[in-house]
Design a protein around this ligand. Structure first.
Ligand code: A3P
Length: 329
């Protein structure tokens, strides 16, 4: 790894206990990690490391989301949009052989520390520009450098009912792999309503990015899963315009937008070998990312009292925000 690559990160998290497992070729990386200030954060043998000097490139794009809101889809679309001239032939498009999380790595789960290898993946930074990253980190907790640089953020949100049901199904699949007890929807739903959830409460997460998109529309593009499903064409155009690579008239007439939508469609992606087999996180199979992709599937899981409770919370938390959710087809 060239040393210039190491100047790119401020905060860095890794498992200290496994540092000795670095191979010879990773020695620079190990050297770097050992030289960083570290803080214990409560999990035995795990530390946060502090790495100064991370400045995202202005051309970087960050796909941000709450888990289960359509991250996999938006990553695929963004990758296909910005790279459409590099991969104009759809026959050997990288999205046919790689999962979108591999093409658009997560800052917290791949770059700072890869959840499978437990090592950082600094080499990811050698990506061709514009570099695309993903994150589930709430806006308030993003590195200052991301907030203050000119890199762009595209945020996707989804109605809280389907997001929750998708999340609960996903967590149960993972629990099974770890031999953890089944998570009952009753207990888990109570936690969700209290905001006890991976990466924080749904409402704070959404409002953080929504407010920033209102204050800085050139910096944050706020999208909704349901809108993308309903009118893919106009939203794909919106993404391209936001990223300063609008579709030309010629591209539009040649069906480039439709091709991208088809390439990234749920039906297409779910059936690819690259998405059917293998892990995308430790003991998390790629196929868990593709379940039903429906608007309104929550009706099959949530009781009337659950719906009433969550509706009240949503009404209260989002009142005055101008945000509304489509909850059924
Ligand atoms: P369901 O569990 O409701 O089916 P994330 O990518 O943020 O983890 O979100 C996963 C949700 O998005 C899952 O929802 C999944 O089925 C759906 N999804 C995955 N790929 C999709 C695609 N290409 N188009 C639409 N939805 C997709």
């Amino acid at each position: 790894m060239a040393s210039k690559d190491l100047t790119n990160f401020t905060e860095y998290q890794s498992k200290d206990v496994q540092l000795e497992a670095f191979g010879e070729e990773d020695s620079k990386c190990k050297e770097l990690i050992l030289s960083l200030p570290k803080e214990y954060y409560g999990v035995p043998n795990h530390y946060f490391y502090f790495f100064q000097g991370f400045w995202p490139k202005d051309s970087d794009v960050v796909v941000a989301s709450m888990p289960k809101t359509g991250t996999t889809w938006l990553k695929a679309l963004t990758f296909a949009i910005v790279n459409r001239n590099r991969f104009s032939s759809l026959e050997n498009h990288p999205l046919l052989t790689s999962n979108s999380h591999e093409l658009v790595p997560s800052l917290e789960s791949n770059v700072y520390v890869d959840t499978i290898s437990q090592f950082p993946k600094f080499d990811i930074l050698n990506m061709i520009e514009p570099r695309l990253f993903g994150t589930h980190i709430p806006f308030a907790s993003l590195a200052k450098s991301i907030k203050e640089s000119n890199c762009k953020i595209i945020y996707i949100c989804r109605n809280p009912f389907d997001t929750y049901v998708s999340y609960w199904n996903f967590m149960n699949k993972i629990s099974l792999n770890f031999d953890f007890p089944t998570i009952t929807i009753e207990d888990d739903f109570e936690r969700y309503c209290k905001g006890i959830c991976h990466v924080g409460s749904f409402w704070d997460h959404v409002l953080g990015y929504l407010n920033e998109s209102i204050a800085r529309p050139d910096k944050v593009l706020f999208m909704k899963y349901e809108d993308l499903k309903e009118n893919g064409n106009s939203h794909v155009k919106r993404i391209a315009e936001f990223l300063d690579c609008p579709f030309t008239q010629e591209e539009e007439s040649n069906g480039v937008i439709e091709n991208i939508i088809n390439l990234c469609s749920f039906k297409k992606m779910k059936e690819l070998e690259a998405n059917k087999f293998g892990e995308f996180g430790r003991k998390i199979e790629k196929n868990y990312l593709f379940r039903k992709a429906e608007v309104g599937d929550w009706i099959n899981y949530l009781s009337p009292s659950m719906v009433e409770k969550l509706s009240k919370i949503i009404e209260e938390k989002f009142s005055g925000s101008g945000l509304s959710f489509k909850v059924c087809t």
